[in-house]
Design a protein around this ligand. Structure first.
Ligand SMILES: [Zn+2]
Length: 138
């Protein structure tokens, strides 16, 4: 049984071809650190000769999200972006012009945020930080 099949079963999802294909795609992309819109997934599947409709891609990604396999980000770029849930914490830089998504982790920012809430009598549970950027003018 493939890794993807095992992961689907573990997440409580039945193994179907679209689910396996989409999970494979997200896992391959992980090495390049990518964040996909449903359209990106749909296009990549088409390019590799897989016949999976956009509505199916949306449905599968939503199922993956509900099962905790992927995280959905609603960046201010007009569409949701999905990434495989790795269980690590990172924040994002999003380019407003190209839609490019870059992950970062900065210990100074992390500890400053913990300190900031602690000073107000709280404990940090979670946060997500998105820096919206544009290419620097030369
Ligand atoms: Zn990310």
């Amino acid at each position: 049984m493939s890794i993807e099949n095992q992961e689907l079963r573990k997440a409580g999802l039945k193994v179907t071809l679209p689910r396996v294909k989409i999970l494979q795609l997200l896992e391959q992309a992980e090495s390049d650190n990518q964040h996909f819109s449903a359209e990106d997934v749909y296009r990549a599947l088409m390019e590799s000769g897989e016949d999976v409709g956009l509505a199916t891609v949306y449905r599968v990604l939503t199922q993956f999200e509900a099962a905790g396999l992927v995280t959905r980000h609603n960046f201010e770029t007009g569409h949701s972006v999905f990434e495989l849930e790795k269980g690590d914490h990172h924040d994002h830089i999003v380019c407003m012009e190209t839609g490019e998504v870059i992950e970062f982790f900065d210990e100074v920012i992390e500890s400053r945020q913990r300190q900031l809430v602690a000073e107000r009598g709280f404990e940090l549970v979670d946060h997500s930080l998105v820096l919206y950027v544009k290419p620097k003018k030369a």
